[in-house]
Design a protein around this ligand. Structure first.
Ligand code: NAP
Length: 252
């Protein structure tokens, strides 16, 4: 679903209410509602933290869809080949530059790094929508994610950040090869606790060439965590919804 201008304007009216309710800085909320307003008509500014297999693959899909994308890592010079090949809408930078640039961010670093990346950047990311693609399975945080949930664990390391689980549930090659295929498109499961962030994530997933399937809250992201039966499917939304035991979107 594309966010309508009307709903974006409605969201602007909610800024003051949300500021009071959440304690978030007004500037962060204005930034978010600005993203929602832009989704109706204009390309977005998107950044990736991490530009390896997954960050490069999904970021490339957004560039091809007409968005401006800043790919970041600790070594942005190494990303020159990637961005040069993608043209004027792609650039490389540091993580700080990514956070300043992106209206929305894709987090695509090894899960092992989450405590450090969170400690370094959560404050700067506060109020931003972050699509969290990390899988914890091969990290020392796996036990924690098993106990508390992977989305909940990410949120713990990124307090105040509007986390939506997305793009974690398939190999990057499957995203590249299945994006924008003829209907029915491949579904990408997403989950989060923040309704407005979920709407923005839906727009970004759709723009990358997939049908977003909202599975539920951050805790519900465990239904499509790596290693579960909900992981790794290349299915239309109706079939993936049946597999995950959730309602398929009415428009598909
Ligand atoms: N590969 C897939 O098919 C796939 C699919 C779904 C989900 N995922 C998840 O996506 C995440 C990334 O996987 P990947 O396969 O893309 O890994 P990768 O190819 O090793 O790339 C990791 C990226 O993160 C950067 N990075 C590492 N530590 C960092 C830090 N502390 N701060 C900033 N950037 C850092 C790396 O660049 P520098 O070392 O230069 O900083 C690199 O750009 C993982 O959590 C993985 O579970 C991967």
């Amino acid at each position: 679903m594309i966010m309508t201008v009307q709903s974006a304007l409605y969201s602007r009216r909610r800024v003051l209410q949300l500021t009071a309710a959440t304690g978030l800085a007004t500037s962060a909320l204005v930034r978010t509602t600005s993203v929602m307003a832009q989704t109706a008509s204009a390309p977005l500014k998107i950044a990736t933290i991490g530009a390896g297999n997954l960050g490069a693959a999904v970021g490339t899909l957004w560039v091809k869809a007409g968005h401006e994308v800043l790919f970041s890592s600790r070594n942005p010079d190494n990303l020159k080949g990637l961005v040069d090949g993608l043209g004027a809408k792609a650039r490389a930078g540091t993580v700080d530059e990514a956070i300043a640039f992106g209206d929305a961010i894709l987090l695509a670093v090894p899960y092992e790094a989450y405590p450090q990346v969170g400690a370094d950047y959560a404050e700067k990311l506060k109020g931003k929508v972050v699509l969290d693609a990390g899988n914890a399975n091969r990290s020392s945080l796996f036990a924690e994610t098993q106990e508390n949930g992977v989305g909940v664990t990410t949120a713990k390391y990124f307090p105040g950040v509007r986390i939506v689980r997305a793009f974690n549930a398939a190999n990057h090659r499957l995203f590249t090869s299945n994006a924008n295929r003829p209907a029915p498109r491949m579904a990408v499961p997403i989950a989060g606790d923040d309704a407005e962030a979920l709407e923005i994530a839906k727009t970004l997933v759709s723009s990358a060439g997939f049908d977003p399937l909202v599975v539920g809250s951050l805790k519900d992201a465990d239904k499509f965590a790596m290693g579960t039966e909900g992981f790794g499917h290349v299915l239309p939304a109706v079939e993936l919804a049946a597999k995950l035991g959730v309602l398929a979107p009415a428009n598909l």
